[in-house]
Design a protein around this ligand. Structure first.
Ligand SMILES: Cc1cc2nc3c(=O)[nH]c(=O)nc-3n(C[C@H](O)[C@H](O)[C@H](O)COP(=O)(O)OP(=O)(O)OC[C@H]3O[C@@H](n4cnc5c(N)ncnc54)[C@H](O)[C@@H]3O)c2cc1C
Length: 287
């Protein structure tokens, strides 16, 4: 009870959830969803919390994480079936060890399969939606269905996953390739991330790239690099990263976000949209 969500987000920000429940099996998951439904309690499923900014008031409902029963990885010749709680990191390394290509671009994205399908995580011009064959989901009513890639209608950092659906398993396509080529591609991703991304607590790129433009460049040219509110700072290295350099509160990041949007709009007439999902009462999020 009252588990701090700052312990479950890469930003290390977020007050308590009324309850945090780790579902260790499908049955378990169905039971908690039924409990929430019958008792009219709000719920939210999270993965690694790497795309979330959570308010200091926390979440007045049940935060659900996927545990042991959603950690299986089953490799085939040209596909892998993965539990939605599996972190991307290990998956990429394992695919390389098995001489399978298709997942290299995911290297360095700190999410889980479930969160990555929801957000259609991607990098270097590729996204996970390109590799998804199908995803198995459970609805709030506990009904299980299989959604194919076409059903999920992946777009730029979004999918059509219904708001009340929990991804439980995902099938990704991959194919045999030369180990040297796979390792070279992973190394390229690694080098690019090392060269461009700051270290420290964040949720990755905070804003979506406006069509044909890089949000980071606009923020940089608006003179925002290094701007600070409390312990929230616009990274000097990559202006689209807001870092929590200590004890940043939700309000510090939120105010800094508003300031960035204001300055970018003033200078370029472009209204930036958040890529990081904001979980806070009274702040509507379209997702
Ligand atoms: C250092 C850093 C670098 C990053 N780089 C990238 C990058 O290159 N590209 C990129 O796209 N993103 C990047 N991100 C953002 C983030 O890692 C991705 O969006 C990631 O896919 C989110 O996965 P998650 O498991 O952490 O999801 P969370 O942040 O926990 O949740 C995100 C959303 O997914 C939903 N969700 C989570 N699990 C499930 C599930 N099982 N079923 C249904 N919905 C679910 C949540 O409710 C929420 O709406 C980066 C973040 C950091 C901190």
């Amino acid at each position: 009870m009252n588990e701090l969500l700052s312990r479950h987000t890469t930003f290390r920000i977020g007050g308590p959830a009324a309850a945090l429940f780790t579902a260790d099996s499908r049955e378990n998951l169905k039971r908690v969803l039924a409990f929430a439904r019958v008792n009219r309690i709000a719920w939210k499923v999270i993965g690694a919390g790497s795309n979330l900014l959570v308010s200091d008031q926390g979440f007045p409902g049940i935060v659900i994480k996927l545990g042991a029963g959603f950690a299986a990885v089953d490799w085939e010749k040209s596909a892998v079936h993965v539990g939605a709680g599996v972190p991307l990191a290990g998956l990429v390394d394992e695919s390389a060890a098995r001489e399978l290509t298709g997942l290299e671009f995911l290297w360095g994205i700190p999410g889980t399969l479930g969160g990555s399908v929801k957000t259609n995580a991607g990098a270097f011009g590729r996204c996970i939606g390109d590799q998804v064959v199908e995803a198995r989901v459970a609805s709030a009513e506990g009904k299980e269905t299989t959604l194919r890639r076409e059903d999920l209608k992946f777009g730029y950092r979004r999918s059509d996953l219904p708001g009340d659906a929990v991804v439980t398993d995902v099938t990704l396509s991959c194919r045999k390739s030369k180990p040297d080529d796979i390792l070279r591609r992973i190394e390229e991703c690694r080098q690019q991330r090392l060269a461009t991304q700051p270290k420290g607590a964040s949720a990755g790129c905070f804003f979506r790239n406006p069509r044909g433009q890089a949000a980071g460049r606009l923020i940089d040219q608006a003179g925002m690099k290094g701007r600070r509110i409390g312990d929230a700072v616009v990274s000097d290295r990559h202006a689209n990263f807001i870092l929590n350099q200590g004890r940043a509160q939700f309000s510090d990041v939120y105010q800094l976000m508003e300031l960035i949007k204001l300055e970018v709009e003033k200078k370029f007439g472009v209204v930036l949209e958040e890529e990081t999902e904001i979980l806070a009462e009274g702040i509507a999020d379209a997702r």
